[in-house]
Design a protein around this ligand. Structure first.
Ligand SMILES: [Fe+2]
Length: 301
């Protein structure tokens, strides 16, 4: 074989192997555990289960079983940062899987994929606009049953933080929350929840789907101790030894997933971005980026 043809065949074989692994890795659901020192001295630990970006389909039984097992982590609080479903019919199996968490205090916000069904687009768009983008084309968007989904999540006892504030008692401690609608769809209106932090709370928490810098800046400057977001899929297709190529928003790739910090207005907040559990059905692979939920143990500083 000609050396050029041989090299081309080698590259094609390596590409096929990577794609094949990406199809396997998308099903390797993982619990990542981390500790954050954010509570006032003397406060007992709080166990937070951060879940995000399921993009659930009815046929994804393994993902449903994984979700149904999460009560075993015995969280004190669930934070759900959106992109729950990828089809209307997935609401029912989603709620069946999350039933195990009924009674655990929870908060949630929605992402673009809670509002609109995904549709096919050129896979090369991944490298330009990212894994879960719903912008940049003219195809009409099909609405998902987001009002029904919100009502059912509220039925679990969880609080909808979409453009809202709330105070919850979690493990006997007062936590103040504020959340926004999806910044990727430009539905966010931080002014509606802006204002000083709750000084009577042991923790002030900001929750949003997509970690756009405008929201991180505003929440941090207002004194949020901890901010939760999803949306990035951890980059979804990463280079081993290098990391994520994109974040699908204006956040830098160094903070694409896991714990980090954000500084604005002379204050610093802890940031936790979930790499999420799923993918768009039209980009059904993950590489060097396990699908995950996170159990964060919040400890006293
Ligand atoms: Fe997503």
């Amino acid at each position: 074989m000609h050396p050029v043809a041989k090299a081309a065949a080698g590259i094609a074989a390596a590409g096929a192997a990577c794609f094949g692994w990406g199809l396997i890795e998308r099903g390797l659901y993982t619990v990542r555990r981390t500790e954050l020192s954010v509570l006032p001295a003397g406060s007992p630990d709080i166990r937070v289960l951060h879940v995000s970006d399921f993009h659930l389909l009815t046929r994804q039984r393994g993902k449903q079983a994984f979700l149904a097992s999460l009560a075993g982590l015995k969280p004190d609080l669930v934070v759900n940062t959106g992109d729950n479903i990828a089809q209307a019919a997935a609401v029912e199996p989603l709620m069946a899987a999350l039933e195990c968490l009924r009674g655990v205090p929870g908060v949630f916000v929605f992402g673009s994929n809670d509002y609109y069904a995904p549709h096919f687009r050129n896979p090369l768009r991944y490298l330009t606009v990212g894994p879960s983008s719903s912008d940049g084309d003219d195809e009409p968007r099909r609405e998902l049953p987001h009002r029904e989904l919100a009502a059912k999540l509220e039925g679990l006892g969880w609080t909808n933080l979409t453009q809202d504030r709330a105070v919850l008692e979690v493990a006997g401690q007062r936590i103040a929350f504020r959340g926004t609608d999806d910044a990727h769809l430009e539905r966010d209106d931080y002014a509606a929840v802006a204002g000083p932090a709750d000084e009577a709370a042991v923790l002030n928490v900001g929750v949003t789907h997509a970690p756009y810098l405008r929201l991180l800046d505003a929440m941090t400057a207002d004194g949020m101790d901890l901010i939760f977001a999803g949306h990035t899929h951890g980059g979804q297709v990463c280079l081993p030894g290098y990391g994520a190529l994109i974040t699908n928003c204006d956040l830098d790739a160094d903070r694409v997933k896991g714990p980090s910090t954000h500084t604005a207005g002379g204050r610093t907040a802890q940031l936790h971005v979930s790499a999420g559990l799923g993918t768009s059905p039209y980009a059904p692979y993950r590489f060097a980026c396990r699908p995950e939920v996170t159990l964060l143990t919040l400890t006293a500083g």
